[in-house]
Design a protein. Structure first.
Length: 88
């Protein structure tokens, strides 16, 4: 196995780890906060709106979290590309 093959394999594994980590966060927020933990979260109301926190996570929070995670992924991939020498 050449050095390029080894570097490409390490790059791909790092990419998979990052992707799985971010998808796990998104699943916990969207499914966990919006479905599993909705009852305890609904005891809290968002100040100024009156909306229950569990309802907010189910309707908006998971979408906002996904958008933030996309930006985190882009920044992390730029760093990873520089580290592995594959930046554009």
């Amino acid at each position: 196995m050449s050095d390029d093959d080894s570097r490409a394999k390490r790059y791909w594994m790092a990419n998979l780890r990052l992707t799985l980590f971010l998808l796990t966060i998104w699943a916990l927020v969207s499914f966990g906060c919006g479905v599993l933990f909705v009852e305890p979260l609904n005891r809290v109301r968002i100040p100024g709106t009156g909306f229950k926190l569990g309802f907010w996570f189910a309707q908006q929070g998971s979408i906002y979290t996904f958008v933030v995670l996309v930006f985190v992924y882009v920044a992390a991939m730029k760093r990873m590309d520089r580290r592995f020498g594959v930046e554009e």
